[in-house]
Design a protein around this ligand. Sequence first.
Ligand code: 13P
Length: 340
Amino acid sequence: MEDNLKETARAMVTPGKGILAADESTGNIEKKFAKLGVPSTEETRRQYRELLFTTPGLGMHISGVILYDETFHQSTSGGKSFLKLLTEEGVLPGIKVDEGTTGFAGSEVEKTTKGLEGLPKRMPEYAKKGAKFAKWRAIYTIGDGFPSDRLIQQNAKDLAAYAKICQESGVVPIVEPEVLMDGNHSIDACKEATRRVLVAVFEELSNTDVSIEGMILKPNMVVPGEAHARKASPEEIADATLNLLKEVLPSNLPGIAFLSGGQSEIEATENLNAMAEVGPHPWKLTFSYGRALQSSTLKKWNGKKENVYEAQKAFYHRAKMNGLATLGKYKREMEQELLS
Ligand code: 13P
């Protein structure tokens, strides 16, 4: 079991490849569709996910896909289950198992994550059906007195409990503590909050006997708040992020798959590239982007069958750019490739 976990974790962070987060909940994808005027039905959601997963060459730059429960059980229009399709492409299927966030201890701002109840029963079922890894996301807001120590402790305990449940079923946990970009805080404030969060998470992972070699960390990059007066350069972000990660993370962690968290597609690629460029690092660095892999694709598709080809082209391009970024080989000029 332990060896399988390690092998899966290593495969998830194969250099040149990264993870597609396509696990938007029904409510979340509905908002994204609504912005484009696309109705959100079980069938339109299925069509959109089919577009992503049938992109020619998907497996060249994508190592795994995180699915939402509905998608986990869906199939292509030709009747092949998405799980089978992905597996045949050499792409590992994963499952989001948290059930979203909920108010924390009467706080107006802070939120904790639901879904631990019943998880010991659900997890082996997902494993049996073919899930190789799972994801649980905890969120933290930066503000006056936030994130609180109480929330940091609670989320760390829940992430560790989740990770243990995964590993007991032979499923690799993606542990995702996300310090949100919302707000006007500085890059230093993000670094400090991320430090407090990661220290607590790794302490609880150790208390809970989670195998570090059999998990992947999905953190935020250290960036200023989206409303901060000054944008940081990729070099500044790489420097702040790597300094912190080297200080607080164990070197036997196989990999770090960053979330994009509201960065634009190009920012997310450039920032990852800036980190990979100054490697090697103790752990593999890659992406596990949702918005930064899908925004252009979703717009190009716009709910129309006749747009599938162009949308897949856009998606393949983004996956390739980020794949190159994991190797520190991305250059802004390469964005032109899509136009040719
Ligand atoms: P973003 O890259 O859009 O932040 O999404 C990643 C993710 O999986 C959030 O849980």
